[in-house]
Design a protein around this ligand. Structure first.
Ligand code: BDR
Ligand code: CA
Length: 305
């Protein structure tokens, strides 16, 4: 079993990733930590609780950073995920509450309690992970892997010509993580642009899993419409699910070991590129068996209620 914490800004593809984790028999979901990004941190916490309750998962949610390390707070990307994060689905109050510990403290404690075993999968900006690294000098040694949805080595950006959104929204935090010496794996646009789902795929999930698959299908309309609006007619990228799948199925990805840095200023802010300062390499996913990842995603989701 992979002991996993997902650090998330839910978010439509975040919801897909969390429901995938709920359906994956080899994942032991130890909790969710939340972060600003697609929505505010407050909305991310509300949405994370709602997703776990919908999936019937009893796991803690720890509220995370409300602003980037250095950059000022920004307005969330409502045009991609909707004002409330789940496309056209109206907001709903969860029954539960976040735990008292904040995201970074929870991450440090879980890594300490499961040394060498905990996999952290950030699928939003990397602020909480940077806080954990800065707060506890043992975190980098205790955590087994940090498998990030973010960045791009050769694919160009999706929010600027150079930058992927999660990295762009807190480049300073990403640089802390990439330079930390922790075992980092980057599941960026080089691979997530090769894992696409169509309207028909979501229709299929909704038929097989009416409750949770139906919820994803309802959200997917908004997400697919955004992709069409930017000229991408083949479907939407499974960015965040691909990162969760890389945590347990790394053999589906071609991984290059490269040192990577993050540009923090200027026109290239948020760009991830090869570092020449002698830092430790990270695993960069450069190729993917897109059909296998998509099939796994659809088959697992079909088993949900
Ligand atoms: C990433 O940005 C967010 O919009 C998605 O949820 C994903 O984590 C893709 O660039
Ligand atoms: Ca996300």
């Amino acid at each position: 079993m992979t002991k996993l914490i997902i650090d998330t800004d839910p978010g439509i593809d975040d919801a897909m990733a969390i429901f995938y984790a709920a359906a994956a028999p080899e994942i032991d979901l130890l909790g969710l930590t939340t972060i600003f990004g697609n929505v505010t941190a407050k909305t991310a916490t509300r949405n994370a609780l709602r997703l776990l309750e919908a999936a019937g998962i009893d796991a803690p949610v720890a509220h995370g950073a409300e602003a980037p390390l250095v950059l000022p707070p920004f307005k969330p990307s409502a045009h991609v995920h909707g004002e409330e994060g789940f496309g056209d689905i109206p907001p709903a109050a969860p029954r539960g509450k976040p735990i008292d510990e904040d995201a970074a403290d929870f991450l440090c404690r879980m890594a300490r309690e499961h040394p060498g075993e905990l996999v952290v999968c950030p699928i939003g900006p990397l602020t909480n992970i940077a806080h954990a690294i800065q707060r506890d000098p043992e975190f980098v040694k205790n955590v087994a892997r940090i498998v990030i949805m973010g960045g791009s080595l050769e694919e160009g950006g999706n929010i600027t010509p150079h930058a992927e959104a999660n990295i762009y929204h807190d480049p300073h935090a990403a640089e802390v993580v990439f330079a930390s010496g922790a075992r980092v794996e980057m599941v960026g646009l080089d691979v997530t642009h090769r894992v696409l789902c169509t309207e028909e795929d979501f229709e299929g999930i909704a038929v097989k899993a009416p409750a949770l698959g139906g919820m994803l299908q309802e959200m997917s309309h908004f997400y697919l419409a955004f992709y069409r609006s930017v000229g991408k007619l083949d479907g939407c990228s499974l960015h965040d699910p691909a990162a969760v799948i890389a945590c347990t199925h790394p053999h589906l990805f071609g991984i290059r070991e490269e040192p990577v840095y993050v540009a923090c200023d200027g026109e290239e802010a948020g760009m991830t590129a090869l570092a020449k300062d002698g830092r430790a390499p990270i695993g960069v996913c450069m190729t993917v068996d897109g059909d296998a990842v998509k099939t796994l995603f659809l088959e697992r989701l079909a088993q949900l209620p």
